[in-house]
Design a protein around this ligand. Structure first.
Ligand SMILES: [Zn+2]
Ligand SMILES: [Zn+2]
Length: 348
């Protein structure tokens, strides 16, 4: 192996180049959450039952699948064909009764390959017969992956994304999900590499963690002298439905964005506990103790009939955790860019 002195000439991109690449870069780097439904069990004219889409680099993950999910997907212009994984937190109807209709629709189209449904142990036993009755001739495979709701575990992993379960405490087996971008490669210190006459062909390996051995002298240059730490991966934690549970804090610690149920205001803390739910204040306490970047409240009780009636949930949460917003249908929240949370519906 020869270590030669290679002079790399780099042409800087023009403004036109940057503008041309920007849309592609934004898609390749995107990580956001679209709220399709943030109501609770009882239907209202204001909110749909739980469902949301996590968009990570143009891969769409459906999280919970309440009634009306297809309408929500259409309204938010989410392409159905891009949904390959569906994550069900638990088997209460407000989190899964949209599943048969959605699978039926997916199977009517040109969709091929497979759709994977991640859920508690009984998910396949309950839904497989329904699929066989209502949609026996699907164009794609449906595979079920059961997960343990008692212990946190990794249930999905790709080259740059990992999904881990968050055991929750509800009336039935229930898990939240942590969507975690894997750490990005370290940044190359180009000037340092040039000083050491390291061939450009080795730069990629160095960003992935390789040391450099000078072939002439045999001297090893440790990787941390050639690189600086890469950008930390972004994290999104979804927690619905649950009582106040500090046991989740180590799992969601430092998440950029937390969606936490807030079915009731704290005046109803006893009722919340009895029904396996949390108050807005408790959600904020979890956000504060877990040092998350931003909190989104949702899973509102049907007793809140207007934006004005939901406002106290936001107010009480902000007394503990200032960077809190209220979920609303069609809202898109960026993960890791907390100032960009925005709603296309009426904001309060
Ligand atoms: Zn629920
Ligand atoms: Zn529930």
């Amino acid at each position: 192996m020869q270590s030669g002195s290679i002079t790399a000439s780099i042409d800087l991109p023009t403004v036109a180049d940057v503008l041309r690449w920007l849309p592609t870069f934004c898609i390749l780097d995107c990580f956001n959450v679209t709220i399709l439904g943030c109501g609770s069990a009882k239907p209202t004219l204001r909110h749909s039952p739980s469902a949301q889409v996590v968009n990570f680099r143009d891969n769409r993950f459906l999280v919970d699948c309440g009634e009306g999910v297809q309408v929500g997907l259409c309204r938010s212009q989410v392409p159905l064909g891009r949904i390959g994984h569906i994550f069900l937190s638990h088997l209460h109807g407000d989190h899964c009764l949209g599943l048969v209709g959605l699978i039926s629709t997916l199977g009517l189209g040109q969709r091929t390959g497979e759709v994977v449904i991640h859920g508690p142990a009984d998910t396949e036993r309950i839904f497989r017969p329904l699929f066989e009755f209502f949609c026996p001739q699907l164009s794609m495979e449906v595979r079920f992956e059961a997960h343990d709701t008692q212990h946190s575990s990794v249930i999905y992993e790709s080259a740059n994304m990992r999904v881990t379960t968050i055991p929750l405490h509800h009336r039935v087996p229930c898990s939240g999900f942590l969507f975690e971008e894997l750490p990005r490669p370290r940044h190359l210190l180009v000037e340092r590499c040039r000083e050491l006459d390291i061939p450009v062909a080795y730069y990629r390996g160095i960003t992935l963690g390789n040391d450099w051995t000078d072939p002439a002298s045999g001297q090893v240059v440790p990787n941390d002298l050639l690189t600086s730490p890469g950008t930390p991966g972004r994290k999104y934690a979804y927690c619905s439905d649950t009582i106040y549970a500090e046991s989740i804090i180590p799992i969601i610690e430092g998440a950029d964005l937390l969606y936490h149920e807030a079915t009731y205001a704290h005046a109803d803390v006893v009722k919340a506990r009895q029904r396996g739910h949390s108050t807005a204040l408790q959600a904020a306490q979890i956000a504060q103790k877990a040092h998350v970047g931003q909190l989104v409240l949702g899973h509102y009780s049907a007793q809140f009939l207007s934006a004005e009636m939901e406002r106290p949930l936001l107010d009480e949460a902000r007394t503990v955790f200032a960077n809190t917003i209220l979920a609303n249908e069609r809202m898109v929240v960026e993960v890791g860019e907390s100032t960009k949370g925005q709603s296309t519906k009426d904001e309060i």
